[in-house]
Design a binder for this molecule. Sequence first.
Ligand SMILES: [Fe+2]
Length: 911
Amino acid sequence: MALSREIMGISLTDRSSLPGCGFGRKNPFPTTTPVGSRRKKVVRIAVAAVSEDLVKSASVSASSSAAFVVPGSSDGSKFKVRVVVTVRQKKKEDLKERIAKQVDAMADMIGRNVVLQLVSTEIDPKTKGPKKSNEAVLRDWSKKTKLKAERVHYTTEFTVGADFGIPGAITVVNKHQNEFFLETMMVEGFASGPVHFPCNSWVQASKDHPGKRIFFSNKPYLPSETPAGLKAMREEELRNQRGDGKGVRKLSDRIYDFDVYNDLGNPDRGIDFVRPTLGGPEIPYPRRCRTGRAPMDTDINAESRVEKPLPIYVPRDEQFEEIKQDTFSFGRLKAVLHNLLPFMKASISNNHDIKAFSDIDALYKEGLLLKLELKDELLQKLPFPNLARESSQGLLTYDTPMIVSKDKFAWLRDDEFARQAIAGVNPVCIERLTVFPPESKLDPEIYGDVSSALKEEQIIGHLHGMTVQQAIDENKLFIVDHHDTYLPFLDRINALDGRKSYATRTIYFLTPHGTLKPIAIELSLPPQGPSSRSKRVVTPAIDATTNWMWQLAKAHVHANDAGVHQLVNHWLRTHACLEPFILAAHRQLSTMHPLYKLLDPHMRYTLEINVLARQNLINADGVIEACFTPDRYCMEISAAAYKNFWRFDKEDLHSDLIRRGMAVPDPTQPHGLKLVLEDYPYAMDGLLVWSAIENWVRTYVGYYYPSSIVVSNDRELQAWYGESVNVGHADLRHAEWWPQLATPEDLVSILTRLIWLASAQHAALNFGQYPYAGFVPNRPPLMRRLIPHEGDPDHDNFVADPQKYYLCALPSLLQATKFMAVVDNLSTHSPDEEYLGERQQSSTWTADGDMVEAFFEFSAEVRRVEKEIERRNTDPKLRNRCGAGVIPYELLAPSSEPGVTCRGVPNSVSI
Ligand SMILES: [Fe+2]
């Protein structure tokens, strides 16, 4: 399952475009109307050099940047310019596409071509419309049809008048049968130097999508500064992407719109597959991308499902790049979900328990025997090197997860259990304990007696001579409190076959060495009467029996924590809550808007991975329900957290740490706050990454928004934020906590929060999943048995063979191996991953040279952050990340090799 480690590739990021490259060329954009801070700056325009092979391929007789005069116009009133167009080819084509390609090659020769037209930034005084060049077709399409290169360069020429001005847009009409992927265009021949057009978009055949595609140059403009020649096109392009909210979306569409989550259930399959609609007044939830599919036969309010392997609509440019689908992480995940899991299900009996710890070890050594059908070509082609095929069967082996690769028994120890609450895959639940016993916010009228059963005498022996109040006052007590999240669902969860859960609270004591020690676990069930044993407190072991009780209690805490991690912190707070901001960005921010350019790398592939999740992970009977204790109630738990807990204004690192009592504001400290628990790896490293992002965003915002007036008057910006809140998060739109967007500092805060969530926060929650949970006893995602009381029928079995009881309480072999296969893939970096501080077309993504330079400064800062993180991981004083067999905390170290590395911060939520 470690495929990506073996596929070494080169990042798409243009690493050759380092600082210094591309500067100093002549400015293609006269700086006539700078605003605010830009007035004070000497604008250095980034005009990146094109790569040598591109120039060669595009070489013509004229020099690379000088205009060439049209014969017969010796006065220079007209001149020719050239456009170099880079098209990325599909590597895999089906038969239909291959035939269409041949037809296109022939048709191209008789005039069914790709037609381009240059559009000036200026208005033609005669027509009152933008100045336009003649239309021209891409040359040599048919000749280059057989080229096998990944990228093919085409050229064409235009004749323009001397008064044409600067090209601000190029329109493209594709008269072929096939779509093609237009990567970039570059116009050469204007005296001011080459003009770049980053496109990265599929151009559909005009027979399917009539009209011209519009691509703008890389020069950013606020709406009010849009050159006259581009104003109408800017509006038109946004209108096209908004659509009209009607009809069924075709896979080739580029329309971004909102809808509720009414496609998770499948009522047509039967009552067991009915799931409530998420989103709306009854169950608030963020919105997802609209597909417009017809309703179910049995429920008009439920959207019909598209089942694997058929794809669900996502705007065409959001789809994973075709050439990567099979071998890169998304493709591997899809292969696991669509092909591997069904075979696992067929190979392993549902009720097959893990019988011994050696069964788990065997998964890493001997492998899992799968019954394969040789005739199943799909499975034979699965991109897993660890899936060996032997005759009609196959052995799937798993990589040894990090938690057992360094210290096989670390997971059993209490210090490691506690360490994972601050340096593991879910380090965002721990809070400073301020009240003892802890209090519930649940309504006793509904949930009965919700008071805690924790007593001072149960923990005082662990407090190094302090009373509980003294320990609270000295910030020595911490808690991971899942009580209120689970209790409202426990009756329903525990009525399910093979699912058993408590609502847990875990109390930790901060030792003088800066490490945490779990000192009590409270396990609550819904109160069922005065004599009910609905609450119990388990404390560290004093003998063999209590040791097993303690281990079982810790396993239940992990299962609670795994659910909250996956359903709330990972899925809801990063994947789902970001989607509305991304949809609104495509609907309201022109690609020429500076903020679109800023956010672009942080929106990559998020809609597509969320679609895959709706189809296979969070749907009824999907992987999440199969692998996590709450089963069919998983998404309702997620929705309850959205309604009761989620606040956008608290989603930045500082607010989150302060809310949890893990830090206090302190202006004398480097990041403006002081950590209560100093060796808190997630928070320590997070603050470094947060500051780097914030500085970069502040520089960028300051460049375009020198005053609050500019923020308030930017109608695209206001429409984007307004729609993100009022439509994308419609169910919470009236909450008083939504931040205002009135000043540049408001904007810095909102953008930094979004970039933090998409990059660092998601990485911290995502890429440690297999390293920590790939060994299921360390972090079981579900539990199947409660802990027996003395006198219970199970108690004798427990005492007679506690190991057997423990293993039977964990997920079954099928549940465990399914979960491992999925989280292994979720934890894998692609070879083409784009990490924080990197971006495609790194010197031509914007024409504003100062911002290219500022981005490189940000990249340098990110590298410095990484060095500091490396240093911390070798500091023996930091015992929560450095020590014998201790896994270093690298989840916020920005760079990574491909594969499962337990480190690396990609720009966006892409897996
Ligand atoms: Fe994720």
